[in-house]
Design a protein around this ligand. Structure first.
Ligand SMILES: O=C(O)CCC(=O)C(=O)O
Ligand SMILES: [Fe+2]
Length: 310
């Protein structure tokens, strides 16, 4: 099955609320997608392609600077939130059995007043990233509400564990990714732009500038996700799979190197939604299929794998 496209217009950010019947329809469509594929394209969410382009443009300006100018913003250099900041090429391996990923990233994980923001040529960086973060937050809360409804749960049940998004007690992160030109013949053996992995938290919103993402089907085969301008690609991440006792599936995905002879770049924006650090994730059907885990501890464990500290 390919990735379904669902019209989210009835609950778009420009609507105050959603009518009961439309909520029922939407929740059925999302439930099918998240049960069978783990990924869905949402159209008419209220987040426009222009908003996405603005964030991609300012992020690209940052990435195009020499490394000396980017280094002061490195991930792990901010005491109040170690996940915030710039990640250089080949630093991270989302599949720990492969060499470092051929990508650069900038994580927006904190708005603490002590965070130092890029300035000069990218003076608007902080303002643009922050306003996009807040838009993604609003959309994510709506998607979580529809998800809870679709499972016959209290629609607020997921929201009650996502109250602190945008504070240092919640790991939700807006991540700009840049995949520079690459000569695929010169890459290390087995090296990819982004190794096979599933995401760690609740759900992820993804915005892409071009095709390149591959998603694993149940058969084990990887298929290309198309790039559909104006849509948001939403996928289930591992904590929601645990939470729903495997009813919603968190599936592997990756970004391959470009074909030999093609050195095209790629950009994407991922909004990784994470429950509040202290939230205890227990199977919502009461089954105990997975032992309870707190979201913050789980996230740290997963970071240790991808940065080679396990
Ligand atoms: O760049 C992409 O399209 C995918 C990135 C991704 O899956 C991730 O960073 O978790
Ligand atoms: Fe991912």
């Amino acid at each position: 099955m390919s990735i379904p496209v669902v019209d989210f217009g009835a609950y778009s950010l420009s609507q105050k609320d959603v009518a009961d019947e439309q909520m029922r329809n939407l929740s059925e469509e999302l439930k099918t997608a998240f049960t069978e594929v783990g990924f869905v394209f949402l159209k008419n969410t209220g987040i426009t392609q222009e908003e996405v382009d603005r964030v991609m443009d300012i992020s690209k300006k940052f990435f195009m600077q020499p490394d000396e100018l980017k280094r002061p913003f490195s991930r792990k250099s901010f005491a109040n939130n170690p996940n915030h900041g710039w990640v250089s090429l080949e630093t991270e391996r989302l599949n720990p059995r492969r060499p470092g990923d051929l990508k650069e990233a900038f994580n927006i994980a904190s708005f603490h007043p002590d965070i130092k923001w890029p300035s000069g040529a990218v003076a608007a960086f902080q303002e643009i990233q922050k306003s996009f973060f807040l838009r993604c937050k609003e959309l994510s809360l709506r998607v979580l509400r529809v998800m809870a409804y679709s499972l016959g749960l209290d629609p607020e049940v997921f929201l009650s564990t996502h109250r602190l998004i945008g504070t240092d007690e919640n790991g939700t992160t807006l991540r700009s990714l840049y995949y520079p030109p690459v000569n695929s013949e010169k890459a290390k053996e087995g090296q990819l732009r982004c190794g096979e992995h599933s995401d760690y938290g609740s759900i992820t919103l993804l915005f892409q500038s071009s095709e390149g993402l591959q998603v694993r089907r149940r058969s084990g085969e990887f298929i290309y996700a198309p790039c559909i301008p104006g849509t948001v690609l939403v996928n289930i991440a591992d904590l929601v799979q645990r939470w729903t006792s495997d009813q919603f599936v968190s599936v592997l995905h990756r970004v391959l190197l470009p074909p030999v002879g093609e050195s095209c770049t790629r950009q994407s924006l991922a909004f990784f939604v994470q429950p509040d650090d202290e939230a205890l994730i227990t199977c919502c059907d009461g089954s105990n299929k997975y032992p309870p885990v707190t979201a913050g501890a789980y996230l740290i464990e997963r970071f240790n794998d991808s940065y080679g500290q396990s």
